[in-house]
Design a protein around this ligand. Structure first.
Ligand SMILES: Cc1cc2nc3c(=O)[nH]c(=O)nc-3n(C[C@H](O)[C@H](O)[C@H](O)COP(=O)(O)OP(=O)(O)OC[C@H]3O[C@@H](n4cnc5c(N)ncnc54)[C@H](O)[C@@H]3O)c2cc1C
Length: 289
C-alpha cells in the first residue's frame, strides 16, 4: 500500500533559513517543494519514494524575479509559467520562453508550476529543458556555503538526475542574451493542452538575416533518458543558409543520429518521423521557401 503519511513541512520566508535546513547532516531527507505540481503527484508514494520532510520554497522572494543583468536574462527559480507568459521582459528579450510556457499543462499548472521545478524534476519530457540547453543557459545554485553555476550542458547527467547537491537550491536560471541569436521551439503531444511531449525540439542559431547560420544548437526532449543535443545535425546546419537542401540534409542527419525511445506515450518510429518533420519546418520558417 502507498504510504500516505503527511510529511513534516517547514515554510521559511528567508533563503538563509531554507539553506540552513538543507545544511543539516541528514539534508537528503528534506525535499524542496515549489509549485508542487510534480511533488504532489509523488506524495502518496504511488510513484517513487514519498518525501519525509518538505521545505516549502513558496515564501522565498529571493528566488523570484525576472531581470536583465548585463547581457544575461536572469529568471528566478520560483517564476511560474504564467509569469513567464505575462512578462514584458521575456516578451522583448526571449519570447520563446513565453511560447514554451504556453504549452505546459493548462492554466492551473501554469499558475503553480515553476521553471525551477521543471529544471530540477529533470524529466526527459520537461518542456523547458531543450530550450535552456539550446540557449546555453546556466543554473545558479545556492547553498549555505555559497553559490556556483553549472552549464545546462552538464546539468542533467543521467535519467532524472541533476548536478544539484542535496544542500543546494536552484536560485535562478541565467540565459546569455545575443542580439543576433534566433531560437525556435516546437512541441508535439497528443493534445494542445495537458499533454506530455512525444517530441519537443528547440533550435537556436546566430547570424544576420540572409547570412549563413553559426553557433547552431539543436536540443530534443522525450527522445532519450535525458534531453539531448544533436551534434551531427548541428554540424550540417553550421555555416549553412536555411535552404530546402540544407533542411533535407539536416533532417537526414537527424534520422541518422537519433535513437528514440519507445514508451507509453509514443513509438520510436513516430518520434523519428516527427522529429525530422519538425526540424524541416523550423528551418523553413526562417528560409521563407
Ligand atoms: C496535470 C499536469 C500537467 C503537466 N504538464 C506538463 C507539461 O506539459 N510539460 C512539462 O514540462 N511538465 C508538465 N508537468 C510537470 C510539472 O508541472 C512541471 O515540471 C513544473 O515545472 C514543476 O514545477 P513545480 O514548481 O510545480 O515543481 P515541484 O513539484 O514543487 O518540484 C519539482 C522538483 O523540483 C524540486 N525543486 C523545485 N524547486 C526547486 C528549487 N528552487 N531548488 C531545488 N529544488 C527544487 C523539488 O524538490 C522536486 O524534486 C505537468 C504536471 C501535471 C500535474
Amino acid at each position: 500500500m502507498p504510504n500516505a503519511v503527511e510529511p513534516r513541512t517547514e515554510s521559511p520566508i528567508h533563503l538563509a533559513d531554507a539553506l540552513a535546513l538543507l545544511a543539516e547532516p541528514d539534508a537528503g531527507a528534506w525535499r524542496p517543494i515549489a509549485g508542487g505540481t510534480d511533488v504532489m503527484v509523488q506524495i502518496t508514494g504511488e510513484i517513487g519514494e514519498p518525501p519525509e520532510r518538505l521545505v516549502d520554497l513558496w515564501g522565498l522572494d529571493e528566488l523570484r524575479g525576472i531581470e536583465v543583468d548585463g547581457d544575461v536574462l536572469s529568471i528566478g527559480a520560483l517564476t511560474t509559467y504564467t509569469e513567464l507568459r505575462r512578462s514584458p521582459i521575456v516578451a522583448e528579450m526571449l519570447p520563446v520562453l513565453g511560447e514554451v510556457a504556453a504549452t505546459i499543462g493548462a492554466a492551473q499548472i501554469q499558475n503553480r508550476g515553476t521553471i525551477g521545478g521543471n529544471v530540477i524534476n529533470a524529466s526527459p519530457a520537461g518542456d523547458t529543458l531543450p530550450v535552456l540547453l539550446a540557449l546555453d543557459a546556466e543554473m545558479l545554485l545556492v547553498s549555505a556555503s555559497g553559490e556556483r553555476t553549472v552549464a545546462a550542458s552538464e546539468f542533467w547527467p543521467a535519467y532524472r538526475q541533476t548536478a544539484r547537491r542535496h544542500d543546494e537550491l536552484l536560485r535562478a536560471v541565467r540565459i546569455p542574451l545575443a542580439s543576433d541569436r534566433q531560437v525556435r521551439f516546437r512541441k508535439v503531444g497528443t493534445r494542445r493542452a495537458q499533454a506530455i511531449s512525444k517530441v519537443v525540439m528547440a533550435l537556436a542559431w546566430r547570424g544576420a538575416n540572409g547570412q549563413p547560420w553559426h553557433d547552431v544548437r539543436l536540443a530534443l526532449g522525450s527522445m532519450a533518458a535525458t534531453t539531448v543535443r544533436a551534434a551531427a545535425t548541428e554540424g550540417v546546419l553550421n555555416v549553412a543558409l536555411p535552404t530546402r537542401e540544407t533542411a533535407d540534409a539536416a533532417a537526414a542527419a537527424l534520422a541518422g543520429e537519433l535513437h528514440p525511445i519507445d514508451d507509453v506515450r509514443s513509438t520510436a518510429d513516430y518520434r523519428l518521423a516527427v522529429a525530422g518533420r519538425i526540424l524541416h519546418r523550423l528551418i523553413r520558417d526562417d528560409g521563407g521557401w
